[in-house]
Write a protein that binds this ligand. Structure first.
Ligand SMILES: O=C(O)COP(=O)(O)O
Ligand SMILES: [Mg+2]
Length: 223
């Protein structure tokens, strides 16, 4: 077997490794309910994920009657996070084929890392609950280096690569935050059609798109 072309594969979390809208949507709707707003559908929520929890809440507010004053926003953000932490892995599951693909990459000697715009604490809690933490050599959240350095900045990608010992890396994600961060770090980017998109899927960019995790190893081999 010829040497695998990547030493490190970086993964976005929500909409890439795990289908977490199933638990994020009820958390958003819980927060909206505290100010008497109707909820948003899970389908609508999917397009609001990718820029971190605050971005998701802002988009949900815009979709249900408009933004609120800062004090109310803070309360809503707190209510959302508290509900989410209590229900973080009720329905969230790794996407079909995810664990098998991670196994295959590890068998090829790749180091794996998570680079998410979710805050690090809930990201780690979710990965722990799904018994996935040990698979990753590095886990960076959107707040790990400070929110201003979250994706689409390349910083958490570069930090994860350094933690993995450096080498040739690729980025796998589902939103323009991932594509822009990957490009800013000069990495090839694989996008996931099944994930959560902040723009129409054909506008995502990236180098290659997969429909299912079973395609990932082959696609990386050909990049
Ligand atoms: O929490 C979010 O909105 C996004 O998280 P992600 O970067 O793992 O997609
Ligand atoms: Mg994502």
């Amino acid at each position: 077997m010829s040497k695998f072309p990547f030493d490190i594969v970086l993964f976005d979390l929500d909409g890439t490794l795990v289908d977490s809208a199933r638990d994020l949507c009820p958390a958003v709707n819980h927060a909206l309910g505290t100010i008497g707003r109707d909820g948003v559908s899970e389908t609508a929520t999917r397009n609001m994920i990718g820029g971190g929890t605050d971005m998701m809440l802002t988009r949900a507010l815009e979709a249900t009657g408009g933004l609120v004053d800062e004090a109310t926003y803070k309360e809503l953000s707190g209510a959302l996070l508290e509900f989410y932490w209590d229900n973080i892995a009720n329905n969230t599951v790794p996407y079909p084929g995810c664990l098998g693909a991670l196994d295959q990459l590890a068998a090829r000697g790749c180091k794996l890392a998570v680079v998410t715009n979710k805050s690090e604490k809930p990201a780690r809690e979710l990965l722990d609950a799904l018994e996935m933490t040990d698979r990753f050599a590095a886990i960076y959240g959107g707040d790990t280096l400070g929110r201003e350095r979250a994706k689409p900045k390349p910083d958490i990608l570069q930090a994860a690569i350094a933690d993995c010992g450096g080498g040739r890396a690729a980025m796998v994600g589902d939103s323009t935050y991932d594509v822009r961060a990957g490009k800013a770090a000069n990495l090839p980017v694989v996008t996931c059609r099944y994930g959560y998109h902040d723009v129409p899927v054909h506008e995502l960019g990236g180098d290659v798109m997969i429909d299912h995790f079973d395609e990932l190893v082959g696609v990386l081999e050909d990049l």
